[in-house]
Design a protein around this ligand. Structure first.
Ligand code: FAD
Length: 416
């Protein structure tokens, strides 16, 4: 019998990155075998709705699939859902599944994402939740009660989105944040203040400098205790205190790991024929001059496309501009770039007047725009994505002055 000459690319993790990588690899001309292995039983799905429409009951799990089964069939992607990879042995180009089965690969992509950080309080009590998967979101939905008391631990984007849904569903919501302001890790005080006021207007109590030390109850949660002795009654607790990159598999396989799986600009790990994409990576950014670990759909999709191109034999660098969004109540925040290492900012619009016209904050390092937070300002967001991504010169006069439209933000010769 002649030996099969077909090669196999195995992708571990059937989330945003894994799903795109599989389908894109076929588009890149890979004619051999593609196997996509995912621990969750659902077809790969959009995660953002978990703290938005799905949590609010406006969508169901089947309605948030990234693509239907037919798309994987058409791309001849072998789906292995509900299966976990336990070990990767790069020397043998082999991996072992939880079932005990072994698979040999020629190319491997790690798209293992991230998993929630646990605070190890209230474990085992009904009504205490974390949120990363569709099953988590459905469990929170089941516990939502109009008129009930909810405590959200953590004032990052996910905690705030959850608080906005719970408040809209008629729950009395208290949000406890350990830092001095919400969103401290990810944005400026201006944006933190705006979202604090927005939540307060919608009846959410925001408590900062609140260090949670206990979650109590008998069988079911009934209270949350803080270090300063304050206690909050709770029928439902949702904990959103960040995620850790899923890099254990990589570490055990001897791959270089920092704040995630270390990859170069071609999405290659430290081991030959092993690539990585998405939330699990610690990757270089030429634009920001540092290694980054991003938790965003943009990063997962763009990096996965680059990985697919490189696995298929092209040489493509990952150079995409980071961008992100968050929906709270009827407000859309869109973020272009990363508001880090800035030395000053410019505000456009009236941030105190919530009249539906929105506002934007543009962050600069010297003359270089490094990020923009745009609240209900999609036109500004789109222009800033281009300005930051292409490092174009900025017409400073136009930024704060609404007499100038966003199309005037780029410095052109006729403005000189
Ligand atoms: P994931 O989507 O996490 O997929 C990784 C998959 O790998 C998981 O299904 C996991 O089970 C599987 N896996 C891990 N290890 C193994 C193993 N050993 N064997 C088999 N399978 C394994 N981003 C935005 O840009 N905008 C938003 O508004 C936004 N909202 C969000 C709201 C919520 C509630 C959450 C949780 C995330 C949100 N994000 C948002 C972030 C975004 O969803 C992630 O950045 C994105 O999902 C990352 O994709 P990924 O493929 O890297 O990882």
């Amino acid at each position: 019998m002649p030996q099969s000459t077909k090669k196999t690319c195995v992708i571990i993790g059937a989330g945003h990155a894994g799903s795109v990588l599989a389908v894109q690899l076929r588009k890149e001309g890979w004619t051999d075998r593609i196997v996509l292995i995912g621990e969750e039983a659902h077809l790969p799905y959009h995660r953002p709705p978990l703290s938005k429409d799905l949590l609010a009951g406006e969508k169901e799990v089947a309605g948030i699939a990234l693509r239907g089964q037919a798309a994987y069939d058409a791309a001849e992607v072998e789906m292995r859902l509900g299966e976990r990879v336990e070990r990767v042995i790069p020397e043998l180009r082999t991996l072992r599944l939880s079932s005990g089965e072994e698979l040999v690969y020629d190319a491997l992509a790690l798209c293992t994402g991230a998993s929630v950080r646990h605070i190890e309080l209230g474990d085992g009590l009904d009504g205490v939740h974390y949120l990363r998967t569709a099953d988590d979101a459905m469990a929170i939905r089941t516990d939502m009660r109009p008129g009930g008391k909810a405590v959200v631990v953590g004032g990052g984007y996910i905690g705030l989105e959850v608080a906005s849904v719970l408040a809209r569903k008629g729950m009395h919501v208290t949000l406890l944040e350990r830092a001095g302001r919400i969103l401290e890790r990810v944005t400026s005080p201006v944006i933190s203040e705006y979202f604090t006021a927005l939540h307060q207007d919608n009846g959410v109590d925001i408590v900062t400098d609140a260090v949670v030390t206990g979650i109590g109850g008998e069988g079911r949660v009934s209270s949350v205790l803080c270090e300063d002795g304050s206690e909050y009654a709770a029928d439902l607790v949702v904990i959103g205190v960040g995620v850790n990159p899923e890099s254990t598999l990589a570490e055990e396989a001897g791959l270089q790991v920092g704040n995630g799986i270390v990859v170069d600009e071609y999405t290659r790990t430290s081991v030959a024929e092993v690539y990585a994409a998405g939330d699990c990576t610690w990757h270089p950014s030429a634009l920001y001059g540092r290694q980054l670990r991003l938790e965003s759909v943009q990063n997962a999709l763009d990096q996965a496309r680059v990985a697919a191109a490189n696995i298929a034999g092209r040489e493509v660098k990952y150079e995409a501009l980071p961008w992100f969004w968050s929906d709270q109540y009827d407000i859309k925040l869109q973020i272009a770039g990363l508001p880090i290492d800035y030395d000053h900012f410019v505000i456009r619009g009236d941030r105190l007047n919530r009249d539906g016209r929105g506002f934007a904050v543009f962050y600069f390092r010297g003359e270089k725009m490094v990020a923009a937070d745009c609240v209900d300002r999609s036109a500004e967001f789109l222009v800033c994505k281009k300005l930051i991504g292409k490092q174009l010169p900025v017409n400073m006069q136009a930024l704060a002055d609404e007499a100038w439209g966003p199309d005037s933000f780029e410095m052109r010769d006729d403005f000189l």
